[in-house]
Design a protein around this ligand. Structure first.
Ligand code: TYD
Ligand code: MG
Length: 460
């Protein structure tokens, strides 16, 4: 056997280097290189090629083919029976797909996957590989969740070679690996959870999925920064990356597609954790509002449209005199840089200074809002807290704020307005281009604004 070579792999971008150095040449991040044993190339061309997820090529050399002569086969999908999960997967589980599910510890990843296997039941034979819990714990959980125990099969094993041996023998259609950070391969001496182990094990599982048509779910731990631990390449290798989000205090959980080769990204599935496991929330539009007894300063309600559904979400801001030379800007559920930009726009075009104030902004319910439609409600909440003056009662807002103080329209304005009217809101402050000509939607008055100053006036 040829001698194994050593390489140094960046945990961030997956670039390989021949010697250790402090900074990755590819992505420029510091201290991310770790040692990795490169296996000598396998002789069989088919096996080597299939490592790039390219199965079935062993029979002959690949040829350049016009796409018109490629037989189109629709991917085979199976509904999991959990419709919020199916929605995030893009309409059901695709045969031979590899799905990575990330999330904080205790958020419910294991619970969701076990419930899914229970629902799939006899329809698709499955194996739940547990590297963290004992078989007894898995069985006890399945029983507590009232799942049919008959079709559930589990394996307590962390060595990838032995897992695949068992999987080849029992031919499941769905394989769950809980979690990828506990899995290791005999080929490497690095500790389980290290970059090289995670990468190599995931590559083997991906190959297995593509070659056998088995759907594989990988549970991934997240780092403090919120990314999935292990190399970024993990996200490149798999077909879909789903994140499970939620606030520890809240029972609501949001499953979000961050990448999906078979469906739309940013699609949301909403669940509630109960004593009987995760329950679906098929109509989640108003669960992210907190129940205030009266008008409260620093609170604004927005209509976001993540995925294909409008959601009413409350944004809270607290603005307080800062004792620091460098006041704090903290954004939870929003992008930090966006908040800094919005505060600059507020100063320059709204004439409101916040440079000597600490600013905290939070999206209620632990949900993360990524779209720019949050700009206007965030600014209104900040302003309301700064002036200690509540926004008008039963008011919603959405709109993107530009650097020159203009309020830009956002997609699907009409649908958002309808949702707000449907929930009894009486006033909407929105970009002019999103406002209907007659200035009303149902019983709700719609104020269209073009500049930040107009939006501020509309809250009086
Ligand atoms: P779990 O699925 O173990 O989380 P993860 O695999 O993401 O680490 O979720 C466990 C949490 O969910 C735990 O804090 C207990 C809670 N839980 C319930 O509230 N009800 C239930 O029926 C179950 C199974 C768990
Ligand atoms: Mg778990």
């Amino acid at each position: 056997m040829a001698k194994a070579k050593t390489a140094y792999v960046c945990a961030d971008c997956g670039a390989e280097h021949s010697k250790w150095q402090g900074q990755c040449i590819e992505c420029g991040v510091w201290n991310t290189l770790s040692e990795f044993v490169v296996q000598p190339a396998v002789k069989s061309a088919g096996a080597a090629r299939s490592s790039s997820g390219y199965a079935g090529a062993a029979a002959g050399a690949p040829k350049i083919t016009p796409l018109t002569s490629v037989a189109l086969t629709a991917e085979m999908r199976t509904l999991t029976g959990i419709s919020e999960l199916d929605r995030v997967l893009g309409g059901g589980l695709v045969d031979g797909s590899v799905v990575l599910i990330g999330g904080d510890p205790g958020i419910g990843k294991s619970t969701l996957l076990l419930q899914m296997l229970g629902k799939l039941g006899e329809q698709l034979p499955s194996v739940y590989v547990t590297g963290e819990e004992s078989l007894g714990q898995v069985a006890a959980r399945a029983q507590r969740l009232d799942l049919p125990l008959g079709p559930l099969h589990a394996l307590a094993e962390t060595c990838i070679e032995r897992i695949l041996e068992q999987a080849v023998a029992s031919r499941p259609r769905v394989l769950v690996i809980d979690s990828i950070q506990t899995i290791w391969t005999e080929l490497l001496t690095a500790a389980p959870g290290s970059v090289s182990q995670v990468r190599e094990s995931a590559a083997k599982l991906t190959r297995f999925a593509k070659e056998t048509g088995t759907s594989v779910f990988l549970v991934g731990h997240v780092t403090k920064e919120g990314g999935i631990a292990g190399p970024r390449v993990l996200e490149h290798m798999v077909d879909a990356v789903l994140y499970f989000e939620g606030e520890s205090g809240s029972r609501f959980r949001v499953l979000r597609a961050f990448k999906n080769r078979f469906g739309a990204v940013n699609e949301l599935g909403v669940f509630a954790m109960s004593e009987k496991g995760l329950r679906e929330v098929p109509n989640p539009s108003a669960i992210f509002l907190s129940a205030h007894s009266g008008p409260t300063s620093g609170s604004a309600v927005m209509v976001t449209r993540e995925g294909t559904r409008p959601l009413l979400v409350e944004v809270q801001a607290l603005v307080d005199q800062s004792s620091l030379g460098n006041p704090r800007r903290v954004a939870l559920g929003l992008e930090q840089n966006r908040l800094a930009m919005l505060l600059a726009v507020l100063h320059r075009h709204g004439g409101v200074a916040a440079y000597d104030q600490d600013v905290f902004v939070n999206v209620v319910g632990g949900i993360r809002v990524q779209e720019t439609a949050a700009d206007l409600p965030v600014l209104l909440a900040v302003l309301s807290s700064l002036r200690d003056r509540p926004l008008p009662e039963k008011a919603v807002a959405f709109g993107e704020v530009g650097l020159s103080g203009e309020i830009r329209p956002v997609p699907n304005g009409e649908e958002r307005l309808k949702e707000a009217a449907h929930h009894g809101f009486q006033r909407a402050i929105v970009p002019k281009a999103n406002a209907p000509k007659k200035g009303r939607v149902g019983d709700m008055e719609v104020v269209g604004v073009e500049r930040l100053s107009q939006a501020i006036d509309a809250t009086r």
